[in-house]
Design a protein around this ligand. Structure first.
Ligand code: TYM
Length: 353
């Protein structure tokens, strides 16, 4: 049986990167025919605690994230939709996996290294000072492995930035199978969307679109209004090439374009379903304003229904429904998690009954 698991941090309303990189795949897998497929989608509050959080805002963000997942089309009857922190087995399995995770391996994770780099304010790794970084941040990928392995997951749909974390999950699955002398854990396959990495609309060098970048105009949220979408695209970065000066006889491929411009084509293609190779000739050698206007219109057309549904869910009586969904998800996820964790403990010799 196929078991699909994926998670998202409750750090605010999802943006186009989350949507095209992950959430749209969640919905596709749910609606794909061939239905001997167990789907689990989780809002991972324990992961969010690795960064400073305001309790009231975190509570709101968790509800907003749950509402967003429903608004994009995840059906809580078809998928088990739940808050990670409602199922304590995640933390328990994470502890177990911690005991089989090597410091050296975790120190090589790029997300950890990027935290060190930010802290030092330099790229030099001669003097590594991790004294002001919390332990949760270091062991973050182990908790993520626990999320995946707890349900004996076979497939994990995510964006490109999660690839390394899931390699660790596979390594831990193999290691645990050896330790437990049992092929209990399948090796989870990472499924990356073709639109694997959506870039921020601003910033050079271009970074991935992220919820934490200081400039809110660098990202489009799936709840943004048409006006906000148009404004953000209007001021988005392109490049300083004068399109009219480009050669007429060579239509470039996506890779030949500057990253910010290529990103606009990627977003357009994600919204309309047209291939970039048919889109590029349409705008090539025309001022970027034309491309931006069409991207804005396409994004708005794509997310307008999501925005509408989100607003409906975030009205006061929507909150009741969100809690019902979360409770239903908690029950269903707990049933699987309890059973699987009991078996894991037995295989490790830490069972009592
Ligand atoms: P998070 O909350 O950062 O992002 C949620 C999903 O969105 C994808 N994503 C992107 N895809 C393309 N372009 C972008 N700019 C972009 N930004 C984000 C992410 O790849 C992700 O799929 N550690 C995870 C959450 C997690 C998880 C898990 C995922 C916890 N446990 C178990 C899968 C399985 C995270 O921080 O995602």
């Amino acid at each position: 049986q196929e078991v699909v698991f994926s998670g998202i941090q409750p750090t605010g309303v999802p943006h186009l990167g989350n949507y095209f990189g992950a959430l749209s795949q969640w919905v596709e897998m749910q609606n794909a025919p061939g239905t001997n497929r167990q789907l689990l989608y989780s809002v991972v509050g324990l992961h969010a605690l690795t960064m400073p959080q305001d309790p009231k805002k975190l509570y709101e963000d968790r509800m907003n994230t749950l509402a967003s997942i429903l608004a994009v089309g995840v059906d809580p009857q078809k998928a088990i939709l739940f808050f990670q922190e409602d199922v304590p087995q995640h933390a328990e399995l994470a502890w177990i996996l911690n005991c089989y995770s090597m410091m050296g391996r975790l120190k090589r994770m790029t997300t950890w290294k990027s935290k060190l780099a930010v802290k030092e304010g330099s790229q030099s790794s001669d003097i590594i000072d991790d004294s002001g970084l919390n332990l949760g941040l270091f062991t973050y990928p182990v908790l993520q492995a626990a999320d995946v392995l707890l349900y004996r997951t076979t497939h994990v749909p995510v964006g490109e930035d999660q690839r390394q974390h899931l390699e660790l999950a596979r390594e831990l699955a193999q290691k645990m199978n050896r330790v437990m002398k049992n092929d209990f854990f399948p090796l989870p396959t990472t499924i990356i969307n073709p639109a694997k990495r959506i870039l921020a609309l601003k910033g050079s060098p271009p970074q991935k679109m992220s919820k934490s970048a200081p400039d809110p105009r660098s990202r489009i949220l799936i709840t943004d209004s048409a006006a906000e979408i148009h404004d953000k695209l209007r001021v988005s970065h392109t490049d300083s090439i004068d399109p009219e000066s480009l050669p007429e006889d060579h239509i470039p491929s996506l890779d030949e374009l500057s990253p910010n411009v290529a990103n606009l084509y990627t977003i357009l293609s994600c919204c309309t379903g047209e291939d970039v190779s048919t889109l590029i000739p349409r705008y090539y050698r025309r001022r970027y304003g034309y491309l931006k206007a069409d991207v804005a219109a396409a994004v708005d057309a794509k997310i307008a229904p999501i925005r509408k549904e989100y607003e409906r869910l975030r009205k006061p009586d929507g909150e009741m429904w969100l809690r019902e969904v979360a409770e239903m998800g908690r029950e269903r996820a707990s049933a699987i998690a309890t059973q699987n964790l009991a078996q894991i403990k037995k295989h490790l010799g830490i069972n009592t009954l």
